[in-house]
Design a binder for this molecule. Structure first.
Ligand code: PXL
Length: 268
């Protein structure tokens, strides 16, 4: 039996809802062996980010080297990357190690507004990481930063997805969660076709870590050899269940329920 393996290169969220913790929980739930290279430690709870402590670039590169040399992940996810220096070092390492299935969650700010990517790093994200990305998963505000355009209509989203694809990412998954309205539209663009995915919106404040969890679920499914469309559909079902079956813990923006999808499929 093949053991499918995935590596996340991301920040630690002490509150357990986002970052490395969300990624590893999601990999496990989807039956994928999870590994991590931690980029930064955040002191965080459902109320916000109290501290951000980036690790030295060498410490991050060494974690990736150790995993690449021995455990060979089938897919790699990136989350909080913080600086351009780190983005460049990671790109070099991933290319050297020939790790090709890279899913980039272009994390920029935490829910409360704390910066998880320095302003100066956006150029490196666009010019170095996106060209080697297999999938990139921007939300609407992130897509606006990546393209410099204002996104209001569905046609704007398609135009932005086209521009992001031109930066080199093979597949663009633009998430509609930051829009308002009772239906969430996620858009997948593979360079030729657009696929629109519609889901009912659950109006809730407990959405901390949704972006990380969604991209981690895509990564897990791609590690298993699924197509991007199949991976996105499973990830959507995973995050939908995780948001709907809320845990409501903490007094701020609570985390999603990472075990909801598995529990539902056991009952079904
Ligand atoms: O959801 C973005 C994100 C990524 N990585 C870490 C985070 C957050 C949001 O809070 O804390 C470590």
């Amino acid at each position: 039996m093949t053991i499918y393996k995935a590596l996340t290169i991301a920040g630690s969220d002490s509150g357990g809802g986002a970052g490395i913790q969300a990624d590893l929980k999601t990999f496990q739930e989807l039956d994928v062996y999870g590994m991590s290279a931690i980029t930064a430690v955040t002191a965080q709870n459902t109320l916000g980010v109290q501290g951000v402590y980036p690790l030295e670039v060498d410490a991050i590169v060494e974690q990736i080297k150790s995993v690449a040399a021995d455990l060979r992940p089938h897919a790699i996810k990136t989350g909080m990357l913080f600086s351009s220096q780190l983005i460049r070092a990671i790109c070099t390492e991933l290319k050297n190690a020939r790790l090709l299935k890279i899913i980039v969650d272009p994390v920029m700010v935490a829910k409360g507004g704390a910066s998880l990517l320095q302003e100066e790093a956006i150029v490196a994200l666009k010019n170095e990481l996106l060209p080697i990305a297999y999938v990139v998963t921007p939300n609407i505000p992130e897509a606006e930063v990546l393209t410099g355009m204002k996104i209001e209509t569905l046609d704007d989203r398609k135009e932005a997805a086209t521009l992001i694809h031109r930066l080199g990412a093979k597949h663009v998954v633009m998430k509609g969660g930051h829009d308002t309205g009772d239906v969430v539209i996620d858009l997948l663009f593979d360079g030729s076709d657009f696929t629109e995915l519609y889901h009912p919106r659950k109006h809730t404040k407990h959405t901390h870590g949704t972006g990380c969890t969604f991209a981690a679920a895509i990564t897990a499914e791609i590690a298993k050899g699924k197509s991007v469309l199949e991976a996105v559909k499973t990830a959507k079902a995973f995050i939908q269940a995780a948001i709907e079956d809320e845990l409501a813990i903490g007094s701020g923006h609570g985390p999603t329920n990472h075990s909801a999808y598995r529990k539902r499929s056991v009952i079904a």
